[in-house]
Design a protein around this ligand. Sequence first.
Ligand SMILES: Nc1ncnc2c1ncn2[C@@H]1O[C@H](COP(=O)(O)OP(=O)(O)OP(=O)(O)O)[C@@H](O)[C@H]1O
Ligand SMILES: [Mg+2]
Length: 280
Amino acid sequence: MNKIIEFKDVSFRYSEEEDYVLKNLSLDFYEGQFTCVLGHNGSGKSTMAKLINALLIPNDGKVYTFGYDTADENLEIDIRRKVGMVFQNPDNQIVATIVEDDVAFGPENLGIPREEIRKRVDEALKIVNMYEYRRHEPHRLSGGQKQRIAIAGIIAMQTNCIVLDEPTAMLDPVGRREVMEALHRLKNELGISVILVTHFMDEAVNADRVVVMNEGKVCMDGTPREVFVKAELLKSIGLTVPKPLELAEKLKKAGVEIGGTPLTPTEFAEEFKKITENRG
Ligand SMILES: Nc1ncnc2c1ncn2[C@@H]1O[C@H](COP(=O)(O)OP(=O)(O)OP(=O)(O)O)[C@@H](O)[C@H]1O
Ligand SMILES: [Mg+2]
């Protein structure tokens, strides 16, 4: 697997009076993967995300993004062409009064020819399922639709990787689901690497890899199943497990013999069906 982002012994603090937020963090991200980053409040997730595209620079150690040293100011534009960022608040990310102009803003700044931009904007809007809204006013859209417009803006720039810092935190369940579907389509259909910071455990179950941060370090790293079976460890650092698994654990405690480690509602339903079938 190709390494696209490399944190090498990275330490970071916001000022000399404050403690280090990241302490000797070493962490790599790989091409074509959907990686979820979990961790309780203040564990350093947003700081880590901002270090990826040179919004912050390490005090110690190195961050290499697609091989570019983020501490080198001359490489900032190269880095931003490779990695796009989406943040929590959809309202802070809108720059134009018409959806398609908003999506075109990024590629226009890259000096892409008009015809090419038009093509890219249409394709990007289709991927996030917002094409029919192309002539709408973004500020009238729902939070989930606005976030998908922000994601389309990054697709139109043809970055190789997208980093999202709690993009669904301000959305309702429908908006959350639509954004998650768009992100998986990005990975599956365009091969874009996705790094998703979230505090919703359920958003991590379909990831290729889950990284759990605690106190500025990586404390767990594996497939969703490898991570979520360690419910006690997760609990000890202030995290929970996905809802279906939580429910299965509760049922087990109540004496229901449900097996497996169901992470999704579908898996839960399968396990539950086995019990009822056994009962005949
Ligand atoms: N701009 C800032 N100036 C000073 N300290 C900051 C700043 N941003 C974050 N911090 C501190 O750095 C630590 C890590 O914060 P960070 O935002 O990276 O955590 P996080 O894991 O993203 O948390 P959350 O889940 O709340 O978003 C916290 O103690 C926080 O108070
Ligand atoms: Mg954060």
